[in-house]
Each structure stands twice: as structure tokens, then as C-alpha cells.
Ligand binder design. Structure first.
Ligand SMILES: Cc1cc2nc3c(=O)[nH]c(=O)nc-3n(C[C@H](O)[C@H](O)[C@H](O)COP(=O)(O)OP(=O)(O)OC[C@H]3O[C@@H](n4cnc5c(N)ncnc54)[C@H](O)[C@@H]3O)c2cc1C
Length: 450
């Protein structure tokens, strides 16, 4: 948008490829996403843009997601009928009874600022559904007890399913929450990252520049403006002057790279914000799994990974022969014991579980390899919003910098479609030559329900 409006645009990316978390990598002749990414958008401008950039390479894929739990497969998002059919009679009755009680008491229940994920989810879904599904999974993904996680996660992640949704789906109706209950999604035949490659070509065609393998190491400022950015490009330093900086790097990294430093109080606050990381184990297998699912969630805390996905179910065009590439996600904190393990550790952990779930035989595995990504999921500790607001009070003082995106705005609800919408808003904001960023942040906070 900025490049097309005649602005000189420089995109800076520390990796060798574009797309960030939504990138597609190539390795030993294989091409796959770093966690298959679906684009289930209803934003007409975005749909128009992806067809304009990728034309016939955009496909529409029917979505299928399951949960594997206690040796049974459940539909995801949860379908009450399917849950009740898959569990014992007593538990089924308990769930229905709890949901009935919740439906009666709902108008009287209120959410407090300090509510935890656990208390809100129990109030939304009942104790039994929480203990069977949401509690153990949340504990595993976040590495923390759900009593220590803010209730805001419940409105943004797996537990987004509301009681109304459950009842609607039970009676065969469609839920209103498209982000969670989408039935099909857009995808690029050759992987989601290709959309970003084509976008980069369009930026270059308008005279923009793309800096890959370029890490921002310092952002220089005066009292109210960013003056320049110092990059490390393949070990060489490089300076860029900038009239406006749009940043999607992790908020904590952004704060630490700005010089001169702000008052020390900011760095004490910023330390309370952190990100969960992911290790991806990829298995190249000779046989496709006998399911339609793109993604299967493993909720049990004893299963060491969160989710398994299959690249073939995203696009048939990416894999030759009969096999597929499975992507298995393990969450951890950067630098912890899990993060530091090698590929054999993860392989040995996952094989028995995948075989037990009937997904593969060990003899199907041709090869396996690892990728690690830090700063993936902003951690919502109880009260984190206080810290976040304080951090943005400092950033507001800089007139020509906006921080947004999943890591940049510390918001887990920012999927690709939402990133696009916010990026468009940020671009029009920049083009209006604003005198300060206060209004921008206030609008962003409001649109995120903060
Ligand atoms: C496993 C997984 C599956 C997902 N599935 C979906 C899905 O199906 N659909 C969907 O819509 N969303 C999905 N998401 C979310 C989606 O990936 C994110 O919403 C989106 O990629 C966020 O984009 P972003 O630009 O805000 O951040 P990022 O994609 O994280 O981009 C930030 C970029 O900044 C770069 N960077 C960081 N520090 C520096 C530095 N110092 N110098 C230079 N560059 C730097 C990083 O390398 C990165 O490329 C998924 C996320 C994960 C982790």
C-alpha cells in the first residue's frame, strides 16, 4: 500500500526468507510451511490482493481439524454432540447439566480484570469440559498453571468457543465466530510463504527494497523521533535513515534496541513480558495419514507435543509421491531444557504417540529434521495488560514509530488476516503524516478490546 502510494519502502528481515512465522521453507527438495498456515479471511480487500499477487496459485481448501484425546478423535472446534457420543454416559450427563446451569447463571456472572484462564473457562464451559479439554492443553502449551494465565487468553485461543456456539453447533447451525469456525480457507498451492514472496516482488516493482539476513541491532532516536536504524547484514553493519518506522519485531526486542535508553523503570516493566517458543519436528513419511485433517490437537498433558499437521492436506501440489510431511509442535521457553534438545530427542518422544494414535508406522519415516522459533506466543500473565499499557506510554512519545503485529503489539489474537488489516490501518496512518502516535495506539488498544 505504501509502495503503491509512491513512498520509498525498505523491508528489513533478519531471516533468509520472508513470511516470519508464516514462512514456507525448502529443504532437501521438500517444501513445507513452518506449521501449515490457513488464511480463512472474509476481508474482501485481502482476498482481492492475494488473487492479484498469486492469481491461479491461490486455492480454496476445505478445513478439517480434530482433537485426539483418551484414544478418541473429537471434532475441533468442539461439537457437543460429537463429545457426548465419544465419552461415557455419566460424563456426558455431567457436561449437559453443567452447561444448563451455566446458561441459567450466565447473566449474573462478571469478568474481573484479575480473572484467570481457569476461572473464566470454567464459567464459560463448565468444570468437566475445562478439565477434559482446555485445562490440560493450556497448561502444556504455556508451561504454566492456567490459574496464572490471564482470562484474556480464553477469549482469544482454543476456549473461544462460547456456550452459544456449542448449542448452535449441537443443533446443526453455523457459529457466528468465523475466525474459529471457518469451513474453508485460502492457501497458495506452493505454501503460504509464497504469498509474501510475491508481495515482496510487488514492493520491488514499485521501487522498494527488501533486506534479507538483516538484523536490526540498534534504533537511534532523539527526544521524539527515530533518526536511523543500524543493521547487521551478514556480519557487516549498515545504517538506514528513516522518516517513519513500522515495526513488527517482538516488543521487548524493540524496546531494548532503542538508544539512548529510556528511564530504567521501563526495562523493569518490559522484563515482565515474555514469549513462549516453539520447536517444530518435521517427519518426511512415505504414506499419507488416513485422515482429512490438516491439524490434530493432542490435549493430554502427558503427550509432549501440542499439535500435528500434514502438509499434503494443505496442498497436493507440494508433495510428489504418496507421502506427506508431518509437522509436530513442541512448546517451550527459549534456552530451557526442551529448547536445547536435538532432533533425536523429539523424534523418540513423538513416535510412540503418533503410532498409538494410528497416524503412522515408524517404518513410514524417511527422514526427520528440526526448526526452532523463539518469541512465538506472547505470554498473558495475570495483570500483563498493566505492563503493556505502561510500555506503550513510552513508545507513544516517539512520533515516527508504530509497533504492531503479533509480537509487536503483544497480541495472540493477531492472525494473518488481522495482521493485514492492522498493517493497512498503519499505512494509512503513516500517509496522513501524523504528529504523534498516541491516537494510533489508543485506537489499536480499543480494537483489541483492551
Ligand atoms: C505454529 C503456528 C501456526 C499458525 N497458524 C496460523 C494460521 O493457520 N493462520 C493464521 O492466520 N495465522 C496463523 N498463525 C499466526 C501467524 O503466524 C501470525 O499471526 C503472523 O505470522 C504474525 O505476523 P507478524 O508479522 O506480526 O509477526 P512475525 O511473523 O513473527 O514477523 C516478525 C518478523 O520480524 C523478524 N524479526 C524479528 N526481530 C528482528 C530483528 N531484530 N531484525 C530484523 N527482523 C527481525 C522475524 O524474523 C519475523 O520474520 C500461526 C502461528 C504459529 C506460530
Amino acid at each position: 500500500m505504501l509502495a503503491r502510494a509512491g513512498k520509498k519502502v525498505c523491508v528489513i528481515e533478519k531471516q533468509a526468507i520472508l513470511g516470519g512465522l508464516a514462512s514456507t521453507v525448502s529443504r532437501n527438495g521438500l517444501t513445507f510451511d513452518v506449521g501449515p498456515h490457513a488464511l480463512p479471511t472474509r476481508n474482501e480487500d485481502l482476498i482481492k490482493l492475494i488473487y492479484e499477487l498469486c492469481d491461479d496459485d491461490i486455492i480454496k481448501v476445505p478445513r478439517s481439524t480434530s482433537i485426539y484425546h483418551s484414544k478418541s478423535y473429537f471434532k475441533q472446534p468442539l461439537d457437543l454432540k460429537n463429545v457426548i457420543n465419544n465419552i461415557d454416559y455419566g460424563t456426558g450427563l455431567k457436561i449437559l447439566f453443567e452447561l444448563l446451569l451455566l446458561a441459567i447463571s450466565r447473566p449474573f456472572s462478571q469478568t474481573n480484570f484479575d480473572d484467570s484462564f481457569e476461572s473464566l473457562t470454567k464459567r464459560k464451559m463448565g468444570k468437566t469440559i475445562y478439565e477434559l479439554f482446555f485445562g490440560p492443553y493450556t497448561h502444556k502449551v504455556w508451561g504454566r498453571n492456567p490459574t496464572e494465565i490471564s482470562h484474556r487468553l480464553a477469549s482469544q485461543r482454543l476456549a473461544k468457543t462460547s456456550l452459544k456456539d456449542l448449542i448452535k453447533i449441537f443443533f446443526g447451525k453455523e457459529s457466528e465466530d468465523h475466525d474459529l469456525h471457518f469451513k474453508d480457507f485460502f492457501y497458495h498451492k506452493q505454501g503460504i510463504g509464497k504469498i509474501y514472496d510475491n508481495m515482496a516482488e510487488a514492493v520491488k516493482a514499485e521501487g522498494g527494497e527488501i533486506f534479507l539476513n538483516s538484523q536490526i541491532i540498534e534504533i537511534k532516536r532523539n527526544e521524539s523521533r527515530i533518526t536511523s536504524i543500524e543493521l547487521d547484514i551478514d556480519g557487516r553493519s549498515h545504517k538506514l535513515e528513516s522518516s517513519f518506522v513500522l515495526s513488527t519485531i517482538p516488543l521487548t526486542d524493540l524496546i531494548r534496541s532503542i538508544t539512548p535508553r529510556f528511564e530504567s523503570k521501563l526495562y523493569k516493566i518490559e522484563k515482565k513480558l515474555s514469549y513462549r517458543s516453539l520447536v517444530f519436528l518435521f517427519l518426511q513419511v512415505s504414506k499419507d495419514w488416513a485422515r482429512d485433517d490438516q491439524w490434530i490437537y493432542f490435549l493430554d498433558k502427558k503427550v509432549p507435543f501440542n499439535r500435528v499437521s500434514s502438509q499434503r492436506q494443505m496442498s497436493n501440489h507440494m508433495i510428489s509421491g504418496n507421502g506427506t510431511i508431518l509437522c509436530i509442535e513442541f512448546s517451550c521457553d527459549e534456552g530451557d531444557n526442551v529448547w536445547n534438545q536435538d532432533k533425536n530427542y523429539f523424534y523418540n518422544l513423538c513416535i510412540p504417540e503418533l503410532v498409538d494414535a494410528g497416524l503412522i508406522e515408524e517404518s513410514d519415516v524417511i527422514d526427520y529434521f528440526l526448526l526452532k522459533r523463539n518469541n512465538v506466543y506472547p505470554v498473558y500473565s495475570i495483570g500483563y495488560l498493566h505492563e503493556l499499557r505502561q510500555v506503550f506510554e513510552y513508545l507513544k512519545k516517539i512520533d515516527n514509530l508504530v509497533s504492531y503485529g503479533r509480537q509487536g503489539f503483544y497480541n495472540n489474537d493477531t492472525n494473518m488476516s488481522r495482521c493485514y488489516e492492522i498493517a493497512c490501518k498503519a499505512s494509512s496512518y503513516v500517509m496522513k503524516n501524523p504528529q504523534g502516535t498516541s491516537i494510533w495506539y489508543e485506537q489499536l488498544f480499543k480494537s483489541c478490546g483492551y
